[in-house]
Design a protein around this ligand. Structure first.
Ligand code: TYM
Length: 334
């Protein structure tokens, strides 16, 4: 049996080049070597308030983007999390084996809860639901960006704890990071991770941004007071631009260094902008084709849920049996 890959993305904001270089590019790349399931995690999105109409639209928009970046529905199952109820069901069972202290230590929880007046319990449970997404399909590999590594360690801790309490049930999932681009920083503030939820026109490059918007954002990005590229002394902004270039163009380190050393920042920015524009052009063209075909995205999502549903039911059944929950007896054979 092929190792299973699972990953997820929230349908909030607009998917950006950080999501693409940190995770989505790998999703498309490894899908042919593994049995892959990719989830649009709408139940995670509602851990902070989402406008219902907007959320509904964003789910299909994100599905179209995922198809456009190369997720091939013939090989991978593309699934909306809430359409497979076992995600939430397993999350409850895992909640019961997860110490609250483990959840309170999560850095994303601390950052998100600090920014809110009232904190929904869902925000604390967020990483348990994420563990459920992964363990539900017995995934061995989880391709993500660097900001998800702590959540994945927690998923392994939860799996281990469950296995030791109730017997070997779950496969241990490994974190799979890209070698370049695991953490893309904001263009306006290179000390902060590029994020879907950060406001500001110059912060992130959306995968659907028109070429001129991309050029403008990169040309205005924050650098430092050096005049030109010096790999030893480059500030965070310049390092981020070089990383973006390298992650898209896939040059080895030496080639990157010899090409850009001594280049003035204006020229560096122009070259990075053109690399991003030309990498995103075919994605945007596919996005236009996909969204022009009415009903196609909905059909892909429907098929995805149908494909994974038996796997999800099977795991939940195993977990119920392991925990001693009620499972209907097998029908008597006549
Ligand atoms: P989300 O929606 O924030 O991001 C989706 C993926 O993009 C990566 N990413 C980045 N990579 C590099 N640089 C950045 N600036 C950057 N920003 C985001 C993320 O690491 C992620 O891989 N909790 C997850 C969704 C999730 C999930 C799962 C992931 C739910 N269930 C199960 C893996 C397995 C999240 O909020 O991702």
């Amino acid at each position: 049996m092929k190792t299973r890959v699972l990953s997820g993305i929230q349908p909030t904001g607009s998917p950006h080049i950080g999501n693409y270089l940190g995770a989505l590019k790998n999703w498309a790349k490894i899908q042919y070597d593994y049995d892959s399931i990719y989830c649009i995690v709408d139940l995670h999105a509602i851990t902070t308030y989402q406008d219902p109409k907007e959320l509904r639209g964003k789910i299909e928009e994100l599905a179209a983007v995922l198809l456009a970046i190369g997720i091939d529905p013939k090989h991978s199952a593309l699934v909306v999390q809430s359409s497979v109820p076992e995600h939430a069901e397993l999350a409850w069972m895992l909640t019961c084996v997860t110490p609250v202290g483990w959840l309170e230590r999560m850095t994303q929880y601390k950052a998100k809860s600090a920014a809110q007046e009232t904190i929904g319990d869902g925000l604390l449970q967020y990483p348990v639901l994420m563990a459920a997404d992964i363990l539900l399909y017995q995934a061995g590999i989880v391709p993500v960006g660097d900001d998800q590594t702590q959540h994945l360690e927690l998923a392994r801790d939860i799996a281990q704890r469950f296995n030791s309490l109730y017997g070997e049930t779950f496969v241990m999932p490994a974190t799979h990071l890209p070698s370049v681009g695991a953490r893309i920083m904001g263009l306006d503030d290179p000390e902060k991770k590029m994020s879907k939820s950060t406001a500001g026109a110059g912060h992130a490059i959306s995968l659907l941004d028109p070429p001129d918007a991309i050029r403008k954002k990169i040309m205005r990005s924050t650098t430092d007071s050096n005049p030109d590229v010096d790999f030893e002394n480059a500030g965070a902004g310049v390092r981020n631009l070089l990383t973006i270039f390298q992650a898209f163009i896939e040059w080895p380190d030496e080639q990157l260094r010899s090409h850009f050393t001594g280049m003035r920042y204006g020229d560096l920015k122009k070259q990075v902008a053109e690399a991003v524009v030309s990498a995103l052009a075919p994605i945007q063209e596919r996005y236009r084709q996909i969204t022009a075909e009415r009903g196609y995205v909905a059909a892909v999502l429907d098929e995805g849920a149908r494909r994974v549903s038996p796997l999800a039911k099977d795991t939940v059944n195993q977990v119920k049996q392991a925990m001693g929950l009620f499972t209907p007896p097998a029908p008597l054979s006549k």
